[in-house]
Write a protein that binds this ligand. Sequence first.
Ligand code: IFM
Length: 442
Amino acid sequence: MKIQLPKNSPMLSPLFTYGVATASFQIEGSATNRLPNIWDTFCQKPGAIADKSDGLTACDHVNLWEKDLELISSLHVDAYRLSISWGRVINQDGSLNKQGVNFYIKLLDRLKQLNIKAFVTLYHWDLPQHIEDNGGWLNRETAYLFSDYADKISTAFGNRVSSYATLNEPFCSAYLGYEVGVHAPGIANAKAGRTAAHHLLLAHGLALKVLQKNSPFSRNGIVLNFTPCYSSSEDPADLAATKYADDYMNQWYIKPIMDGAYPDLLESLPADVRPDIHDGDLDIISQPLDFLGVNYYTRLIYKANEQDIFEEVPNDAALHTDMGWEIYPRGLTALLTSLNSLYQLPPIYITENGAAEADTLVDGEVRDVNRIDYYQEHLRAVGLAIEQGVDIRGYFAWSLMDNFEWAEGYLKRFGIVYVDYETQERTIKSSGLAYRDLISNR
Ligand code: IFM
């Protein structure tokens, strides 16, 4: 069972970076050694998490990190993308938490010894609860608190980090968390969603400035997720609805960063939904990036809907992952070439791509052939985009190991390594072995 790429594929260049990715809340556990965050609170809300679980233990990575780094090294990857838990490194009074900082410093030092580049994300959704209690991302002040955290942590880390991303997927934090309420903090309000998005982007801009000053030799940028929008028909109403959905879900996050402006639909939003944008905000948001991280999993199909403007159309005939997400590798090539034609892009890293499958451990093996196929087809799709002129420098599999999949709890497994949550034993799945072989045989 192999990942097979065309012989002359650009994906086989030894200069291309391959990595694996995780996020703090999803793997770390050891929750008593950090401040409570919005996901701790959300997990307590009845019905919020499919299996009623939480992140208190997760993959127990805070205790098992040394073994986990050996595991990463055994996969022969060039880079490891991890996120920092804000509430593990910053105390409630804003000072550094030395114990928390030391945990990450030891981890970063060990990565260096293992010759694995550290791609660090500063915010992967785990906002400290006391900041949420003060309005969270609805409060403009949170952007400045984030920038202060970025300042302190990047100073403490010195030159240990190859790449910093300010935020992971502000769409999810803002839209899922504040607009439809299926993620923490569980607020469902359109004005809140648009406001949170603006403050997250402001936080990104402020923090990027700080990172460029404190860490000029790392590649500093942001990670955005994209779910490309396809029209269900050529009917002008469906096409217009699809364009609206794309501007609302995707371009809303990248356009202010690349062009210093929101999509035109901002003007068409009712006044009581529009975010409060101060003079100068878009200049802060649109500073040059060293890289753009692109996360891609699937596409969505839309048709016009009189009441809600757009409506999703299921594609039952297609193959889907265990998340119910359509498997659509062609969408990745199309996304990358379309972004490249719309914007003056910096170098791109595919910072997440992967599939949840209903894996089973049988006789010490997980034969996840569908996931191998998913990786093969998406890596080919990235290769095609490179051949069409997009400057893509790396690819990270989501995820290193099975972990807490947010509102799905532990029911969905995205790892290339299987985790037995009872014993915390890790088993490299067939996809992990195939990924390792692809990387080592380049
Ligand atoms: O698990 C998440 C990750 O935290 C952010 N991007 C999407 C993944 C799969 O849902």
